[in-house]
Write a protein that binds this ligand. Structure first.
Ligand SMILES: Nc1nc2c(ncn2[C@@H]2O[C@H](COP(=O)(O)OP(=O)(O)OP(=O)(O)O)[C@@H](O)[C@H]2O)c(=O)[nH]1
Ligand SMILES: [Mg+2]
Length: 382
């Protein structure tokens, strides 16, 4: 089928009308990868570029990123072109999380990045001239999952952190979970892993139905493969005179572009061929719209967004301050209570004093009365 052939981007095969709209505008298309450190995110980007963008002069070097540990959010740009159709592709590589003792907040910069792109776009839309907008809204976020299948107990295919992060991502972006390093799992373990892990996902649900039976079947095939198992590689290996991209082992070669070895081709088809437009329009209609409505409901038109101190370091400091403040307040309160208690005792003592004084006066008064009565009756007798 021509639309799935690796030689072309395939956008020219998209339904005509949509194709025209996008080709007129020239679309921005942004993909993001995230997940734990060392799962092959950067390798995947290299693999995707190397197998997608054909550059006859330097097929290997052109987009190769260093495989060092990624330490900050990095954007790689390229232009995809087919016939008269141009796509400005940006791929966002993110530092892996999971390296720290406290990983709880390591995903915040990623979530912030996605929100910030929506925010920037919204701000630009609110300006009087809206031409030439810079659009870096993320259309698909690939979440890399560690392939630990058999090592964990069967119910724990995903870490709590994975589930927590994916929940947050799934509500703001088209989330596509990916099983990393598929070559490290046996086919049986991989099938088990897919079945068990997919229970937890709220993911991008791509359109399946179409007018054409072949297309529907192909879409169904793509959807059924989720979560996509991928193999990334920067190596070209020679198998019986055929050049393939893959990873070489003593037992053989794990091939990137072989459907029996992993779902790389299906995922690539979904991302840059069959469902690119769907990813772009669902981002616009669902995720961006959701962000816009939420922001509109919470602040005045044109008002800048208030940045919360979500920086993990600041958060810890804030937490510390809050704790010491609470302790101080508690100390002061107990001091105050003691003092109040003393005052109450003193008041009670004085009241008692007053009472006894009162009784004493009463007594004196009655004595005086008595004396007075006596004195009168004595003088009358005289
Ligand atoms: N077995 C296997 N190894 C892989 C695969 N993809 C990448 N690797 C290896 O895993 C190691 C880490 O790869 P990276 O691409 O740097 O991982 P990353 O997710 O970008 O890591 P951070 O930047 O630290 O988040 C490298 O040695 C890669 O060669 C794969 O599909 N299978
Ligand atoms: Mg990396």
């Amino acid at each position: 089928m021509s639309s799935t052939s690796p030689s072309g981007v395939g956008i020219a095969h998209l339904p005509n009308q949509k194709h025209k709209i996008i080709s007129k505008k020239g679309a921005h298309y942004t993909l993001m990868v995230c997940g734990e450190s060392g799962l092959g995110k950067t390798t995947f980007i290299n693999t995707l570029f190397a197998t997608t963008i054909k550059d006859s002069r330097l097929p290997e070097k052109r987009f190769a990123k260093q495989l060092d540990k990624t330490v900050e959010i990095e954007v790689t740009k390229a232009e995809l072109e087919e016939k008269l159709f141009k796509i400005k592709l940006s791929i966002i590589d993110t530092p892996g999380f999971g390296d720290y003792v406290n990983n709880r907040d390591s995903w915040i910069p990623i979530v912030d990045f996605i929100d910030d792109q929506h925010e920037n776009y919204m701000r630009q839309e609110q300006q009087p001239t809206r031409h030439g907008k810079i659009d870096m809204r993320v259309h698909a976020c690939l979440y890399f999952i560690r392939p630990t299948g058999h090592r964990y107990k069967p119910t724990a295919y995903l870490k709590p952190l994975d589930i927590e992060v994916m929940k947050r991502l799934g509500s703001r972006v088209n989330l596509i979970p990916v099983i990393a390093k598929a070559d490290t799992l046996t086919p049986k373990d991989l099938a088990k892993f897919k079945q068990n892990a997919s229970k937890f996902f709220i993911v991008y649900a791509c359109a399946v139905d179409s007018d054409d039976e072949d297309t529907t079947a192909r879409n169904q095939n793509i959807v059924d493969a989720s979560p996509y198992a991928v193999i990334g590689s920067t190596e070209i290996i020679n198998i019986d005179g055929k050049q393939v991209r893959g990873r070489e082992y003593s037992w053989g070669v794990a091939e990137v572009e072989n459907d029996d070895h992993c779902d790389f081709k299906k995922l690539r088809n979904l991302l840059i061929r069959t469902h690119m437009l769907d990813l772009i329009s669902s981002t616009e209609e669902m995720h961006y719209e959701h962000y816009r409505q939420q922001q509109m409901a919470n602040r005045k038109f044109g008002e800048p967004k208030i940045k919360k101190a979500e920086n993990p370091k600041l958060r810890e400091k804030e937490e510390e301050l809050r704790k010491s403040f609470t302790e101080k307040v508690r100390d002061e309160e107990s001091r105050f209570r003691q003092w109040e208690q003393q005052l109450i005792q003193e008041r009670n003592r004085l009241n008692k004093d007053l009472e006894s004084q009162h009784a004493h006066i009463k007594h004196l008064e009655s004595e005086l009365d008595n004396l007075y009565q006596h004195g009168r009756s004595g003088s009358m007798r005289r």
